[in-house]
Design a protein around this ligand. Sequence first.
Ligand SMILES: Nc1nc2c(ncn2[C@@H]2O[C@H](COP(=O)(O)OP(=O)(O)O)[C@@H](O)[C@H]2O)c(=O)[nH]1
Ligand SMILES: [Mg+2]
Length: 234
Amino acid sequence: MKSIIIIPTYNEKENIERLIEEIRKLNKDFHVLIIDDNSPDNTGRIADGLAKKYPEVSVIHRPGKLGLGTAYITGFKYALENNYDLVFTMDADFSHQPKYLIDLLEEAKEYGLVIGSRYIKDGGIQNWPLHRLILSQGANIYVRMVTGLPIFDSTGGFNCYRRKVLEKIDLDKIISDGYAFQIEMKYRLWKKGFSLKEVPVTFIDRTHGTSKISKRIIFQAFFLVWKLRLSLIN
Ligand SMILES: Nc1nc2c(ncn2[C@@H]2O[C@H](COP(=O)(O)OP(=O)(O)O)[C@@H](O)[C@H]2O)c(=O)[nH]1
Ligand SMILES: [Mg+2]
């Protein structure tokens, strides 16, 4: 099965090269698509260097910071056009440890969407400040209560989609960004009857660079769950 990992980047110059090297070491024939939003720190140029050096690495440059949601959509469309069977999404900052790609890959043989989950047995979070931990855990309980989505980690971005699942989703309808994007995708797939599977991952807070999460992203997720529940979006 042809696999591609979509990695959105915004100011990840300390991380992206090391991450690609770690993924290569897994020896699993993963292709990588970096989606860089014209990072001021020149991550895009580093990515171009990697693409030149390694045939399995490709880069899409966007003109400015257009958000994580549209970055994934761009990546999904690229993956469908280029006939990939499995599509992984992963952060560039090592919060998503490459070793778990193997676990996601294994389960993807059976499930439409495999979710790297911090909130099931053997999953976890390291080094997050208490306020982020509370926010994330609270958000996940809230999502489950309001929407009924039977998933313990609906906001995480370390996932693997099968092609047939992405083909069944109208990607142009997905308007959410950040955490809301993660929730919306999972919710839509669940509603369509696809099988979702959580596998445990330990998320480690980044040691290089800074988080790009904003209050706007958090509010968006807060309101999205009610829009889903009340079927205000379809
Ligand atoms: N292309 C692109 N990547 C982004 C954007 N915002 C965040 N990212 C990337 O998305 C991933 C997750 O972002 P991060 O700030 O670490 O989120 P956090 O882990 O929830 O704090 C990282 O690889 C970021 O570089 C964006 O607007 N565009
Ligand atoms: Mg991060």
